[in-house]
Ligand binder design. Sequence first.
Ligand SMILES: NC(=O)c1ccc[n+]([C@@H]2O[C@H](COP(=O)([O-])OP(=O)(O)OC[C@H]3O[C@@H](n4cnc5c(N)ncnc54)[C@H](OP(=O)(O)O)[C@@H]3O)[C@@H](O)[C@H]2O)c1
Length: 331
Amino acid sequence: MYSANPDRYNKLKYRRCGNSGLLLPAISFGLWHNFGEVDSIAKCKAILFNAFDLGITHFDLANNYGPPPGAAETTFGKILKEDLGRYRDELIISSKAGWPMWPGPYGDLGSKKYLVASLDQSLKRMGLDYVDIFYHHRPDPNTPMEETMSALDLMVRQGKALYVGISSYSAEETRKAAAILKELGTPCLIHQPKYSMLDRWVENGLLDAVEETGMGCITFSSLAQGLLTNKYLKGIPEGSRASRPLGNGALEADQLTPENILRIQQLDLLAKERGQSLAQMALAWVLKDSRITSVIIGASKPEQVQDAVGCLDKPSFTNEELNRINSILAS
Ligand SMILES: NC(=O)c1ccc[n+]([C@@H]2O[C@H](COP(=O)([O-])OP(=O)(O)OC[C@H]3O[C@@H](n4cnc5c(N)ncnc54)[C@H](OP(=O)(O)O)[C@@H]3O)[C@@H](O)[C@H]2O)c1
């Protein structure tokens, strides 16, 4: 039986999520990949126990994580039942719906019918009475936003979610969602966008909207799915994400262009000069903005989580370093 490291709260920093009462670890852990039916439960446990032992209290899931869709929640539910469930009150567990999950018109996008049914399924798979955060996973241009937000409000009123959030909404959609939820009496806790050195769209207005509306912000793919680590400096290693045809937006070999590799090699040199790994520099770079509450990392090995947490040992950048990063990225 797993017993958590008694020193687990001595390493990580916990940052306030927007204007809320909730503190999230600067590094959170996501189960998009590596927690499907094909992955050994022993390996899944090793990664999750290591994360919790390092002080990572927040685990991010979604209805469709697998493969097959739903499998990551089933795996996580099994691990909760056997081991981690004893620590439920120390855990922030999130799920989402918004991408295709089951056939027919009610298994995708943003209707109340889809979101409410999906959360019930997620709770069953994880063996939980409630999730801490439930997200609408992506904007739905054809459902009135009032309907989607009223589904989130309902979940909170039913006690099936403590907080709600949105993912990948534009700045304008974020302001609208925040206003509707405020009117309903359920604040929007958090926004979950993609953000890394290689994808900086949030800098064009979204971070301003998040701050203005008092939400927290938790980023995904901040290691660009492994590109911003030392993994691909010398080609594509066997078993890595880029070596497997996973689909659904997962990293593909054709993203490893000669230009990208050159940039990554130059960034790796700078990280070495700063005395940290490239993954650590990439995470510290995202976390330097105080509007970012947390970064969700993925990992296929416990050592990768250990590496990520080390980013907090060297969190700040000189102006010269930031200028050098900008010129590498622009080259
Ligand atoms: N809201 C959304 O729409 C959305 C979308 C995507 C993700 N997410 C969330 O964000 C989480 C993270 O996303 P992500 O997996 O794309 O994030 P990521 O942290 O950018 O990439 C994770 C991958 O990078 C590699 N890696 C991590 N640390 C490493 C290290 N120290 N050295 C070498 N390689 C390392 C591993 O690849 P290998 O597996 O090849 O070892 C790992 O699986 C997801 O699990 C999910 O919870 C949300």
